[in-house]
Design a protein around this ligand. Sequence first.
Ligand SMILES: [Cu+2]
Length: 257
Amino acid sequence: MNWLPTNGALHGVALDHLLAWNLAVIVGLCIAAHVLIVAAFLFRRARKSESPVASRTRANLRPHLLFEFVILIALTALYLGMDITGHKLWAAIREQPGSAQPIQVEVTGVQFQWYFRYPGPDAIYGATKPGLVSAPTGNPLGLDPADPHSADDIVSAILILPAGQPVNITLRSQDVIHGFFVPGMRLKQDAIPGMDGDLQFTPTTPGDYVILCSQVCGLGHSRMQAGLRVVPQAEFEKWLAAREQSILNTNAARGAQ
Ligand SMILES: [Cu+2]
């Protein structure tokens, strides 16, 4: 569909197809319902001169009842079909395709900013403490320096991902409910304080995509935006290594002080 943002995710093609199909069914049913209302109105006017007793006999009502039952059964089958296809697609999105190891990224929403954390070479997110949260001093997530796992964690204000590799996102919020919304990746899920959300997808097309907040989370909600950049695998590894090196240098400089 041309009126949707360009799709860059593996599951997006099937999701767009399902959306188009559902929309066609709903618009078709809406038109059919209006045609029936007008037809019933005109039919009633035409029969107004007939005797009301003659038009309400059991024999006369039978075709009407049959017609209603057929419509009811057809609609039930249609809605069940829509429900089942939607659930099947949701299940397919939740299953990671192929055997590729998913990349772990933690996404945190905070009034009014998105932060992205990569666990680093140890593949374990370091502990965070609310009391240590301090964006002005470069620790917006409150990473605990006492936990060795936090030493190699990369915190970024932009989400960089390699094309063609599954991603597993842990979704968190520091304050209120935010909505992690990436239209180009056909993703939308709420970040709820005190809960770790779980989200999977595979970006396929390199490019820049916008990340929005879909929940009205406060006065700065409208400017709560971030960027997703999908790059080739080699470029991603280069960026990750450079960020890792800069963190090691920062930690070494702190240790020398
Ligand atoms: Cu928000």
